[in-house]
Design a binder for this molecule. Structure first.
Ligand SMILES: [Zn+2]
Length: 249
């Protein structure tokens, strides 16, 4: 008869309530004591609030920011002008803190780190006054590689960017039509051959008049980004590019 009694029933039935939730909270607290989150740059112990971005505020400020024209200058050296607006947040420092972050993002099973970093990339895009896209599209991984890694790091970055810019994230649009070798082991010219024609649209979709923001983690030769932009451009889209970091050369 009592309405409060009726409300309590489903709460009691929830598996994560009561002792289970208490045990989980205790487990997390214990892990935090045994393995406290440390800054990837200076190994200082991080407060919990910063745990999903594994950097202290001092190391975050020290990361080398890419000048606004850095990525544009790199792209102007390429034969095809595939992108309208382009932006890189940081310069990739071989062996430095940024490489450790990228490694944690790519191989460290840290999908939430990707979203946190993506928000920073999205905020920088907005602060630069670049046009707000209609869609945010990550550079896809080939399906077996995505399954092996558990997630696509560019997709997690794109999720953070889409959230900040308040536009739809489309992970179903672009696909890898064939497997490609890891670009890191290949020479400059082999990188272009490796990814040429490796991307396509999942379904034929007219994108004329649409502004698409393509997202990747690191820009090295530009071969992957240019190849991924090709089917979007063929479908009529204006393609912009946003990356977490670009190499100096
Ligand atoms: Zn630090």
């Amino acid at each position: 008869m009592c309405p409060l009694g009726a409300q309590e029933k489903p709460v009691k039935a929830t598996p994560s309530s009561g002792p289970v939730r208490l045990l989980r909270t205790f487990g997390r607290a214990l892990l935090g004591v045994l393995y406290p989150p440390l800054c990837l740059g200076c190994e200082v112990r991080l407060p919990d609030a910063e745990a999903s971005l594994p950097l202290c505020s001092a190391c975050l400020r020290r990361l080398p920011r890419a000048e606004p024209g850095t990525l544009r200058a790199r792209l102007d050296r390429l034969p095809a002008s595939a992108f309208s607006h382009v932006s890189a947040l940081w310069l990739f420092d071989e062996g430095g803190t940024l490489q450790q972050i990228q490694h944690a993002l790519k191989y460290g099973n840290r999908p939430t780190l990707g979203v946190r970093l993506g928000r920073l990339v999205g905020e920088a895009w907005r602060e630069a006054g670049y046009p707000v896209p209609g869609l945010v599209v990550p550079v896809p991984l080939h399906r077996p590689r995505r399954l092996e890694r558990g997630y696509n790091q560019s997709e997690r970055l794109a999720a953070g960017i889409a959230e900040v810019l308040d536009v739809p994230l489309r992970t179903d649009l672009l696909t890898r039509t064939r497997p490609t070798r890891s670009q890191t082991t290949l020479s400059q010219s082999a990188r272009w051959q490796n990814v040429d024609g490796a991307f396509g649209l999942q379904e034929v979709e007219h994108l004329s008049g649409q502004r698409v923001l393509l997202v990747d983690d690191v820009f090295t030769t530009g071969a992957t980004a240019v190849a991924a932009a090709a089917p979007l451009r063929s479908a009529g889209a204006t393609v912009d590019l946003s990356v977490l970091a670009c190499t100096r050369e």
